[in-house]
Design a protein around this ligand. Structure first.
Ligand code: PLP
Length: 352
């Protein structure tokens, strides 16, 4: 039987999807509980929510399109770019390793993916991206901080690669930028009419189950996306949750501080255990545990900690990705890592 969706791993700590491990703001729970039967029975009018998001990001509301998770935003950007082109030779550039939906969305609309491998230590391959641009390039997916590596893209590198492909829409995915606020390109967006910034309420805000993504870009660029966006793609419960999340100004600083402390604890554990890792600007850490990565993921799960197996990706061989959230959760992850290392599964001292 084929059933829609991704299976949940069952009991245990969910450190495999970079969610907020502490849950959402209590104000979100209060606001959603207060919804009435009529609210739920009515089709949503979320124009005032679009306006609130515009105010929050300091842009006019016509620079904003809300999407059902940034996943949908990525898909709609691909559909808007390639959907009516009927030309399978058109290209999307994707620096790898990358968030899978860039690849699946591009494939779904019959465009060609041009993968650009990273430099040493997952350095952003600006020169190689510029060299990969052709007259066929219509879309480019950039991601800072990058999932799964946690590495960032400098502003200088961003300006270069964006300028190299003026004929393309550049989707700049900032899903994790709340953990690296200085890294957001939002302040420069007005200078780059071909850029669409992607944000999400799934990570730092803890609203992954609500599915709220945001595309921010020049209204002309967003017009094509809106033309292919379902008219009621956002729902009333999610919009209520989002407004409450925006109103809780204390939530984000507290959680991002916990994430920073958790990353430090994960680095310290890796140093102690001899596991190579990459310092991350996001709420996860990529580690290289060696040839038995899949067995290690299974062994961690047996110890009640679910992490992401990245080892089948040729661009992150031998790697696992561990979410950094509430510090008590991180301590449990560290204990589980210590236990599987003691069991001799982890290949320590492998080169990064
Ligand atoms: C880089 C990146 N972009 C986008 C998303 C999707 O976020 P959403 O939950 O808003 O669909 C994720 C989620 O894991 C992600 O890692």
């Amino acid at each position: 039987m084929i059933v829609q969706g991704i299976p949940s791993p069952g009991d245990g700590l969910r450190l495999h999807l970079n969610e907020n491990t502490g849950g959402c703001s209590e104000r979100v729970m209060e606001a959603t509980r207060a919804l009435t039967a009529t609210d739920i029975a009515t089709y949503p009018d979320y124009r005032h929510d679009v306006e609130a998001v515009g105010r929050y990001f300091g842009v006019d509301p016509d620079w904003v399109t809300l999407t059902n998770g940034l996943d949908e935003g990525i898909f709609l950007a691909a559909v808007a770019t390639f959907g009516r082109a009927h030309d399978a030779s058109l290209e999307a550039i994707v620096p790898v390793p990358a968030f899978d939906p860039y690849l699946t969305a591009t494939a779904a609309v019959d465009a060609r993916v041009v993968r650009v491998p990273p430099g040493p230590d997952f350095a952003f391959p600006a020169d190689a991206i510029v060299a990969a641009v052709t007259p066929k390039t219509r879309l480019m997916f950039l991601n800072t901080p990058n999932n799964p590596t946690g590495q960032t893209i400098s502003r200088e590198a961003l300006r270069r690669v964006i300028a190299a492909a003026p004929q393309a829409t550049v989707v700049l995915d900032e899903a994790y930028v709340e953990f690296d606020p200085a890294g957001s390109f939002l302040d420069e967006l007005p200078l780059f009419p071909n850029v669409v910034i992607g944000r999400t309420f799934s990570k730092a805000y803890g609203l992954a189950g609500m599915r709220i993504g945001v595309l921010i870009g020049h209204p002309k660029r967003l017009e094509a996306v809106r033309a292919v966006t379902p008219v009621f793609n956002m729902n009333t419960v999610a919009m209520t949750a989002m407004q409450a999340a925006l109103a809780d100004t204390r939530f984000l600083p507290a959680y991002t501080a916990a994430v920073a402390e958790s990353r430090t604890r994960l680095y310290a554990a890796c140093d102690r255990l001899g596991i190579p890792y990459w310092r991350s600007a996001a709420n996860f850490v990529l580690m290289r545990v060696g040839a038995r990565a899949s067995a290690i993921v299974a062994a961690l799960a047996e110890r009640g900690v679910h992490v992401r197996d990245r080892s089948s990706d040729p661009y992150s061989p031998g790697c696992i990705r561990v979410t950094a959230g509430v510090t008590a959760h991180t301590d449990r992850a560290v204990a589980a890592l210590e236990s599987v290392t003691a069991a001799g599964l982890v290949e320590t001292k492998v080169p990064r």
